[in-house]
Ligand binder design. Structure first.
Ligand SMILES: NC(=O)c1ccc[n+]([C@@H]2O[C@H](COP(=O)([O-])OP(=O)(O)OC[C@H]3O[C@@H](n4cnc5c(N)ncnc54)[C@H](O)[C@@H]3O)[C@@H](O)[C@H]2O)c1
Length: 412
């Protein structure tokens, strides 16, 4: 199989995990990506990634600190995997598209709705693929929930609950996740959740919300979150304290286009903890939206709860795509320590296949923009003190909260 030549742009924590994702892919019969180059503004990050790639993939990619130089140095390059921090996505992605490269960009698609729109329009103008690496949806549990809801297993969904609140005042992975104009923790994490709400329950019509900073000072955690060498090095140089400018706690009510309502409580701070995902329908309920590495179950009216394993056995018309089935032979990712890496493998394979077959990607720029808009609708509603419609936020008509970020980053 002719492999599609990729470059990795952004060799930080998640960039390192993408290298491990490439190894997962290379170990399957579906390997269709060849990593030829890595690029990071910080040469030591790019060098570390090149060494890691050589160890994992058996070939050392070329090292660059500038995307344009990478393009000229690698004339056969077809695509870039952009894993830089969110405030840079629009600049890096638009430059890559301008240079004629297809792109897969990590979530959130961009730092604001306006930045997303610049990317979407550039991809359209250039006729190139722009895929958003939203990994949660690729989890087999998400596929199963989507199938069950679509087949009417719980009747018509009328309500949902998405609660994910973890206490504490430590720095969440990186200091930039506490700065509003760099991409706060709620954007970083919450955009997965707005995506999952939309994937399982359809379009959001209106959002009424409140968001706040509960922990104004974030402190260095006692240890690094991941064991990779990059994260250990990043931990060593982490500042002791960060003054947070990004909200860490949010409460919202989403009114879906279908008429269903979703209760949202998402936060990373304070003193309480609360985790529950539930979809309620007029003939039953599903526990879990199907997030990465999660477990789901179904309860029909008057019947016992059915586990994910039993559901898979009882749902013969549900099938995973061949790569996902190969990566997760049991159809259950809960307890699989490599789930994150395998889902990355899927995303990179998908873009390479779409390039080869002149096909489409599942999570395109339209999806990415709407996920970011749904998340910002929370902040916009909080600032406006009223419910906001998604149409207002997606069009940019309501943007008081994001205007400050756009101004700081020069997003016109
Ligand atoms: N899908 C997931 O589960 C998941 C998990 C973690 C992070 N992410 C996403 O991945 C992205 C990166 O996050 P991270 O934690 O790796 O951040 P990070 O700060 O660890 O790494 C970002 C890297 O990008 C580099 N960089 C910045 N601007 C650049 C540019 N113009 N050109 C080249 N390199 C540049 C930085 O030097 C740094 O090495 C974010 O969008 C984040 O939300 C996704």
């Amino acid at each position: 199989m002719e492999k599609v030549r990729f470059g990795l742009v952004g060799c930080g924590g998640m960039g390192t995990r993408h290298l491990h994702g490439l190894r997962e892919l290379a170990q399957t019969p579906f390997g269709n990506v060849e990593l030829v180059a890595v690029c990071d503004l910080r040469p030591q990050h790019a060098e570390l990634a090149a060494a890691e790639a050589e160890r994992l993939l058996g070939r050392r990619p070329a090292v660059y600190t500038d995307l344009e130089a990478m393009r000229h140095g690698e004339p056969d390059l077809a695509a870039v995997d952009v894993v830089t921090d969110p405030s840079t996505h629009h600049t890096v992605v638009c430059q890559a598209l301008e240079l004629g490269l297809h792109v897969v960009v990590e979530k959130p698609m961009a730092i604001t709705v306006r930045a997303c729109r610049q990317m979407l329009e550039m991809a359209r103008r250039k006729g190139l693929l722009l895929s958003v690496a939203e990994n949660f949806r690729r989890d087999p549990s998400a596929r199963l929930v989507h199938h069950l809801v679509g087949q009417g297993a719980i009747g018509a969904p009328y309500m949902g609950l998405f609660h994910s609140v973890s206490p504490g005042n430590t720095i969440f992975i990186t200091p930039w996740r506490h700065h509003k104009e760099r991409g706060g923790a709620l954007l970083d994490m919450g955009v997965h959740f707005t995506h999952m709400i939309r994937y399982q329950l359809g379009q959001i019509a209106e959002v009424h919300a409140s968001a706040r900073i509960v922990e104004p000072v974030r402190v260095k955690p006692k240890q690094a979150v991941w064991s990779y060498e990059f994260y250990r090095a990043q931990y060593q140089e982490m500042v002791e304290e960060v003054q947070a400018t990004a909200e860490d706690t949010s409460l919202a009510m989403f009114r879906m286009a279908s008429g269903a309502t979703v209760s949202w409580m998402v936060g990373l701070g304070g003193h309480g903890s609360c985790h529950r995902e539930l979809i309620l329908g007029d003939r039953g309920s599903i526990e879990g939206f199907g997030t990465r590495g999660g477990r789901v179950s179904l309860q029909r009216v008057g019947q016992e709860e059915v586990s994910q394993e039993a559901l898979l056995a009882q749902t013969p018309d549900f099938a995973l795509d061949p790569l996902t089935a190969h990566l997760f032979p049991t159809g259950v990712t809960a307890g699989d320590s490599a789930v994150d890496l395998k889902l990355i493998a899927f995303e990179l394979h998908e873009l390479a296949a779409a390039i080869s077959d002149k096909g489409r990607v599942e999570v395109d720029a339209e999806w990415g923009l709407k996920d970011v808009a749904a998340l910002y609708a929370i902040f916009e509603s909080s600032v406006a003190g009223r419910p906001v419609s998604m149409a207002e936020v997606e069009s940019g008509e309501v943007c008081a909260y994001q205007a400050e970020i756009d101004a700081a980053l020069g997003i016109a």
